[in-house]
Every structure is written in C-alpha cells, then in structure tokens.
Design a protein around this ligand. Structure first.
Ligand SMILES: Cc1cc2nc3c(=O)[nH]c(=O)nc-3n(C[C@H](O)[C@H](O)[C@H](O)COP(=O)(O)OP(=O)(O)OC[C@H]3O[C@@H](n4cnc5c(N)ncnc54)[C@H](O)[C@@H]3O)c2cc1C
Length: 376
C-alpha cells in the first residue's frame, strides 16, 4: 500500500443474524446470546486451546506445522465431540463463517484453519479492520500499470496444447498464440476442462478439488434496502454483513454484504450499496446493478493436508504451472501470493521489501513448491 501511496481507511466487520424472528449480532444483547452464553464461553475456551496449538502453524516451520494435530480433523468433528448444539452452530457460528467462505460446508474445514480465522474475528464482538479507497480493483490496477498492454481481458481460453518446446493457447474464437510456459490461475475444474491431454496425476489432482456451486453460488449487486430488516441491530446503518436464515433447513442463509458500511468510501453514493448472496428476498429489478454466478472452493481436511502438497509434483512439468485458491488458501491475499510464488519459480524477482511479508512469502512458497522453492 505504501509503495503505491494508497492510504488505509478504517472499517470493521460486524455481522447481524435474523433467525426465525430472533436476532444475534456482534456487541448486542439478545435472547439468542443469553440462551447460548454457556456455549459461547465454552467455545471461547476451546479457541484458547486451539490458539495454543496454532503456534505450531504461526512458527512458519513446515515441520512444526505438520505436528499440529488439528490440521487433520475437521471442525465438524470437534464440534460434535464437544457436543455443541445445533442452535450454537447455526445461529452464531455458521452465519459468521458463511460470510467469509461463501460455502455451506464450512465445518468440513480443518480445525487449525477454521480457528485461524478466529484469531482475527470474534463471535461476540466486531473486529476493527482496514480497507482502502476503490478496493481490490485499485491495487491490481496499480500493480499491473507497467504491463497493462500485455494483459488480455474478455478473451476466454478454450484449449491449451503442450508441445516439447512451447505451449499453444487457443481462445474461444479459435485464434492461437504460442508461449514458453503457461500458468493456470483459474479454478482447478476449469483448468482440467481447458488442458489438452492432462497426465494421470494432473487429472487426479485437478478433479479432486471440491467446489461449492449449489447453495451460495449466485449473487446480486443492488441498492434495494428492503432485503434488510428494520430492527434494533440496524443492519443498514451499522453492520457490514447481515445473514437471514430461511426455510426448513437450519442453515439456509441469504447473506447481504452492506458494502457502504464495509467499504466506507462507497458511502458517498446516495443509494445503499448492497451485495446479496443466495438471494431469496424480492429485489426490485430497477435497483439491480449486476447478477453474477460463482463457485467457491471447499477447503476440507483432505485438500489442506494432502492435495495442496501434491501439486508440487505437477508444477513446471510440460511447461505448465498452477496457482490460485486450490494451490494454497482461499483468500485474495494468499491467492495473489500463490501467483507471485509461481512467478518466482519462473525466475522473477520478489517485488516487496518488508521483512515480515517476505518471511510469510517464503513460508507459503515452500508450502506450494517444497524444498525446490526459490526463496525470496
Ligand atoms: C463471493 C465471494 C466473496 C469473497 N470475499 C472475499 C473477501 O472478502 N476477502 C478475501 O480475501 N477473499 C474473498 N473471496 C475469495 C477470493 O476472491 C478468492 O480466494 C480468490 O479470488 C481466488 O483467486 P483465484 O486466483 O484462485 O481465482 P479467481 O479469483 O476465481 O480467478 C480465476 C479467474 O480465471 C478466469 N477464468 C476461468 N476460466 C477461464 C478461461 N477458460 N479462460 C480465461 N480465464 C478464465 C475467471 O474469469 C477468473 O477471473 C471471495 C470470493 C467470493 C466468490
């Protein structure tokens, strides 16, 4: 941010939940909170234990990290073992996590990764955070300014053919271009559809990555505030996210990101800036800006403890490289790091100076490429 003179803006993550007429929210006294207080306290105690084991991961040693037993069991397993109630899971914990993960299988995640989120976020209190003007787009514009003319947009790749001395990329109109190497930065299942003659190991790895594309898979960008309840937690005015349970299933949620609160620079608009995932409420057509579909990776135990580490055996083979959520961890920052790490393997310099960031970069790079990673 400093390098590109981007000033940070204070914001906070603060969610509210409406669950069959009841309310739960950060920093708010409600019936759900009172009734579930003993479980909230028990869960906070469990987190202290998990945080202690989390030191193995934070050590940035792959050996110590591999000794963390909570890498190998799912959060669902631990919640079952601790006999946490459905009410605690579906009224408090899961509504917060669907905001982060946009996937319904949140409890399939390894405990260590799940609890890592809770080192930053809390189920009881809002978390102060920082953002910046114009969000993600701005940082990518800045980072790519010097090679903008080399980026093709709106040009989907249809097929990739590997030859002994080059890679041939064919776009959707059948036009081809040749390159020395190819880096796949799309989702694993998309890569598999594009790649001509994948090897057995490539096919196995790329097809083993799970994506959530059934429940939380569509979204509407809009300004229709009627999707938010008018109640004491004041979602429209004060919350960054609102979660609305609906239907018979205890964990069906409509999720609205209240962008003008989450990204304070959007507050300059004279309209509410809202993004509703899994929309069930009626949204007025004239207030809709965009509709979108997406799939979201499911980080289950098998993926995190096995598949990610197997990717190093296909990286670079036949001039083909892979980066993105399925090769590391699903967040904008780590996916960006996975691309940087791949660029480093291909011979480019690491572009940042901060020593702490560099240490994390090397840790993540080693996680992707093992001992062959070219440290920054
Ligand atoms: C709804 C939602 C909200 C999120 N919120 C946050 C958040 O608040 N914070 C956070 O850190 N992370 C968030 N994430 C996660 C974050 O966006 C992802 O971790 C990250 O974008 C994944 O990066 P990626 O490079 O693996 O894939 P993507 O960002 O999905 O990029 C893959 C790209 O490949 C392109 N592509 C696919 N097929 C082809 C083809 N045939 N030819 C050419 N291009 C192709 C796609 O168009 C896409 O642009 C969110 C994700 C979603 C879906």
């Amino acid at each position: 941010m400093e390098k590109h003179s981007i000033e940070l803006v204070d914001t906070r993550f603060s969610y509210s939940v409406r669950y069959r007429g009841e309310i739960y929210a950060h920093n708010f006294d409600s019936d759900i909170r009172r009734n579930l207080q003993p479980e909230i306290e028990r869960f906070q105690k469990l987190l202290k234990l998990l945080k202690w084991f989390g030191r193995l991961t934070r050590s940035r040693s792959r050996l110590l990290n591999s000794l963390n037993p909570f890498n190998y069991v799912s959060m669902g397993f631990v919640l079952n073992l601790g006999r946490f109630s459905g009410d605690f899971r579906y009224k408090i914990l899961k509504p917060m996590f669907v905001n982060f993960l946009m996937a319904t299988n949140v409890f399939d995640m390894p405990v260590s990764l799940f609890s890592r989120y809770l080192e930053f976020f809390d189920i009881e209190s809002a978390t102060p955070m920082q953002t910046w003007e114009r969000g993600t787009r701005r940082i990518y514009e800045e980072l790519s300014a010097s090679f903008k003319d080399k980026i093709y947009l709106d040009r989907p790749v249809r097929r990739v053919y590997r030859r002994p001395s080059e890679v041939v990329v064919e776009d959707e109109n059948g036009k081809t271009e040749t390159f020395d190497d190819i880096v796949f930065a799309c989702n694993a299942n998309q890569t598999l559809m594009i790649l001509d003659k994948p090897t057995l190991l490539e096919s196995y790895l790329l097809s083993s990555i799970r994506y959530e594309s059934e429940l939380h898979n569509h979204t509407i960008v809009h300004s229709d505030a009627s999707v938010l309840p008018e109640n004491d937690v004041e979602p429209l005015a004060t919350r960054s996210n609102h979660v609305e349970q609906y239907g018979v299933r205890p964990d069906n949620y409509e999720i609205t990101y209240i962008m003008h609160n989450q990204q304070p620079w959007a507050n300059r608009s004279d309209k509410p800036c809202l993004v509703t995932y899994n929309p069930i409420s009626h949204i007025s057509e004239e207030k809709i800006i965009k509709k979108w579909w997406f799939q979201h990776i499911v980080h289950d135990v098998f993926h995190v403890s096995f598949l990610i580490h197997m990717f190093r055996f296909v990286q670079g083979n036949q001039r083909t490289w892979h980066c993105g959520a399925h090769t590391l961890i699903n967040s904008q920052e780590t996916c960006f790091v996975s691309g940087l790490a791949t660029a480093r393997q291909l011979g480019s310099e690491y572009p940042f100076q901060d020593p702490e960031t560099r240490k994390w970069f090397n840790y993540y790079g080693r996680m992707m490429y093992g001992w062959r990673f070219k440290k920054a």
